[in-house]
Write a protein that binds this ligand. Structure first.
Ligand code: G3P
Ligand code: CA
Length: 289
């Protein structure tokens, strides 16, 4: 058989093997992934983003790493949601028609718990809820998954860094076994720096593409520079890898949000450490070697 055909057959076999393995074994197989594949907002192409169903879907598909977003309610509870408003991913406009613009921070946790966060995606997910961070952490723990947790819109929620760390601590995620499974990231450099200062053992990521000249400063508080795939190049990835992060290991880069095979292969060729994707199956198949 031609070499390319052998490689394709091998890749197809390995993909099928991962799909057939129990999830714990599939997670172990995933540990050998290069680059790492991270299911964005859960497996969000296949289940409603930032719900327990989306992290379960990633688990069922054999993906250990998930990325999710945390924000704060009016009464000070942390919930898992991407947008600053509830309008796009829940039925909030139907339940609370007079509460525009439906900001997360204008609703209590009890009000948010009533919302349907699944029907917008598919009727088969009707009744899915916006999880609290505690509910979410328990599900990720149950699934033996690993977490890139984004502190979203921190400028709206003073003190969210400390509060998030407190929940993670309460849920047992700041002990040595879990620290290997956790990254906290943000678009706010101040937030990433704050997390690093509060809990230096926690691995952190800055979301963005700083100038190469500025990378040494970021490397004092961030272990990862996590950039849009549209903004990076082979030389940018090399510049990141040439530096050491705050834990004395090479600075890393996860890139987002790559949902097609061609771009997955492109950024894998750049040498990125991980790919954040709504379609983890597509990226895994494209990058298995
Ligand atoms: O993890 C990268 C990605 O989540 C950042 O963008 O807007 O999807 O949170 P966004
Ligand atoms: Ca995110």
């Amino acid at each position: 058989m031609h070499v390319r055909a052998v490689a394709a057959a091998t890749t197809a076999f390995m993909g099928a093997t991962v799909l057939l393995l129990p999830t714990s074994a599939a997670h172990a197989a995933a540990d050998a992934e290069n680059p790492l594949v991270v299911a964005h907002r859960g497996a969000s192409a296949y289940a409603p983003e930032n719900t327990l169903a989306a992290v379960d879907k990633a688990d069922e598909m054999g993906f250990a790493w998930v990325e999710n977003d945390v924000q704060r309610t009016k009464d000070g509870r942390l919930v898992v949601l991407h947008d600053a408003t509830l309008a796009r991913t829940t039925d909030v406009e139907e339940l609370y028609p007079d509460r525009a613009p439906w900001n997360v921070g204008d609703f209590t946790a009890a009000e948010i718990a009533r919302l349907d966060a699944g029907s917008w995606f598919s009727t088969s997910y009707a009744g899915a809820r916006v999880p609290t961070l505690e509910q979410y952490m328990r599900r990720v723990s149950r699934n033996h998954q690993k977490l890139v947790l984004e502190i979203k819109n921190p400028q709206l929620y003073p003190g969210i860094e400390q509060q998030t760390l407190k929940v993670l601590s309460n849920e047992g995620w700041l002990g040595p076994a879990h620290l290997r499974k956790l990254v906290i990231q943000s678009f706010s450099a101040d937030t990433v720096r704050r997390v690093h200062e509060l809990r230096p053992a926690v691995k952190t990521g800055f979301l963005g593409t700083p100038d190469i000249a500025d990378l040494p400063e970021y490397a004092t508080f961030a272990d990862q520079i996590n950039s849009s795939y549209t903004t990076i190049s082979r030389s940018y990835v090399s510049a990141i890898h040439a530096l050491e992060g705050p834990h004395g290991k090479p600075l890393e880069i996860l890139t987002w949000t790559v949902n097609d095979a061609d771009n997955a292969r492109l950024v894998a060729g750049y040498g990125v450490d991980g790919i954040i994707t709504n379609k983890p199956d597509v990226v895994r198949e494209a990058t298995l070697s």
